[in-house]
Design a protein around this ligand. Structure first.
Ligand SMILES: [Zn+2]
Length: 436
């Protein structure tokens, strides 16, 4: 399967002269007004906006036709996302905007200039300006491979932050995702930021944990400073701090994402399964305090990093429904409340690390839904229909599929082997049913 992977390479505009800065500032002001004007038309139809408003925009705003079109696209995107996430009586207030240049109005090249080899030329309304760009090591590597033809150049977003200008260059590559054989399930949580486990021939292999304590430490530290600054009423400083914190947290997330992909790569033709975290905020299972803590962790950003890094290696990434993954026994499918760090199954006696258990369930769910590499005989339809999760504690000593229950106190991994549970048909029936 082919998939487009997009990356954003951020570089800083290095000491632009006064004329260029003024030109950029003027352009930003005009562009911001234009996006707001498009928003006031209150439409998400690009066709309608083009038909009804393009000529008026040309007459009213001093911007090139390419910029008028990207401003329209930005307004449509902003309005769509606002309509999807709006709360009651809230208003769309476009505080900041970046200027989007598409292929018609920018060029990027490598030169022999002593200051920096990287130069970005932008066509503003009726003038062209060339800007020297400086990159970090990783970004420079990406830009080189893009110029060598490994990526296609898409758009450039010119972003103004704390008085400085940054060029966010979006590059794209089409990758071939390999047909998967091994599913690697990833669970994200508070104690273990990521827990990974691969299903090799349907069996969970040795898992791995990423504690995320560094991320949490950074967050905690900055929260503390923020509170102190809040007491002193220094909102400007607080915003600055936000950007710094983000950079430090991002660094950690990139490291973890790289390691997660490396973990997956050691298995034959891996695919990665993660939970779809949409709607997590509305989840009322957590207390308010717990919610705040949970959502202060940047799970989605981490997922995005893992996804593109994996995709670039040809590894497919899929999202599975988030339901009962941490409450379901991965061996017998019984649904029970997890208590503390251990998952104890009242039905079959399984004792397992809570996050590992969840990661196995996530991997299984994908395997089940995609039918990937499953070697188990499909369960007869009537049995599958009868398999429903139960929340009451059971006492039976055998699993529904006849395997012996585990004795408590054994080592969980070993236990798994000893029990001789080769089939997960009951569980698979569960995971495949609509009840979950
Ligand atoms: Zn069980």
């Amino acid at each position: 399967m082919l998939k487009d992977v997009q990356l954003t390479v951020i570089g800083k505009v290095f000491k632009p002269n006064r004329r260029k800065v003024l030109a950029l500032n003027r352009c930003l002001e005009e562009y911001h007004r234009l996006v707001k004007w498009y928003l006031s038309l209150n439409s998400t139809s690009k066709n309608w906006l083009h038909r009804e408003a393009y000529e008026k925009a040309r007459a009213r705003f001093n911007l090139s036709s390419a910029l008028i079109q990207t401003a329209r696209d930005k307004a449509v995107e902003a309005l769509k996302s606002f309509r999807e996430t709006r709360r009651k009586r809230s208003q769309l207030n476009l505080r900041r905007v970046s200027i989007r240049f598409d292929g018609r109005c920018y060029s990027f090249s490598q030169t022999t200039n002593a200051l920096t080899p990287w130069w970005l030329t932008l066509t503003l309304n009726n003038e062209r300006i060339s800007l020297p760009i400086v990159y970090g090591e990783k970004q420079e590597e990406l830009i080189r491979s893009a110029l060598a033809g490994e990526y296609a150049f898409r758009t450039v977003e010119m972003v103004k932050r704390s008085g400085a200008w940054y060029a966010h260059i979006v590059i794209k590559r089409t990758v071939e995702l390999k047909e998967p054989e091994t599913v690697v399930g990833l669970d994200m949580g508070e104690v273990n930021l990521v827990t990974a486990v691969a299903l090799v021939d349907g069996r969970p292999s040795k898992g791995r944990f990423w504690r995320g304590s560094e991320t949490k430490r950074v967050r905690g530290l900055y929260n503390h400073i923020r509170r102190r600054l809040g007491e002193k009423r220094l909102p400007g400083k607080i915003r600055e701090l936000g950007a710094r914190e983000r950079r430090r947290v991002n660094q950690q997330l990139h490291i973890i994402a790289n390691e997660v992909v490396a973990y997956a790569r050691q298995f034959p033709a891996p695919a990665i399964a993660m939970e779809d975290l949409n709607g997590l905020k509305e989840d009322m299972r957590f207390s308010r305090r717990m919610n705040r803590r949970v959502h202060s962790m940047p799970y989605r950003r981490l997922q995005k990093y893992i996804e593109y890094k994996a995709n670039l290696e040809g590894i497919d990434v899929r999202y599975v429904e988030r339901a009962y993954t941490s409450m379901t026994c991965h061996r017998c499918g019984h649904v029970a409340r997890a208590d503390g760090r251990e998952f104890r199954c009242p039905e079959c006696g399984l004792e397992y690390d809570r996050d590992l258990n969840a990661a196995i369930n996530i991997a299984r769910r994908l395997k089940r839904s995609a039918g990937w590499g499953s070697r188990d005989t499909p369960e007869p339809a009537d049995e599958a229909a009868g398999a429903k999760p139960r929340t009451n504690a059971g006492t039976s000593a055998t699993l529904p599929n006849g395997s012996p229950a585990l004795k408590g106190g054994e080592d969980v991994t070993e236990c798994y082997e000893n029990a001789g549970v080769q089939k997960y048909s009951y569980l698979q029936a569960l995971l495949g049913s609509d009840d979950l």
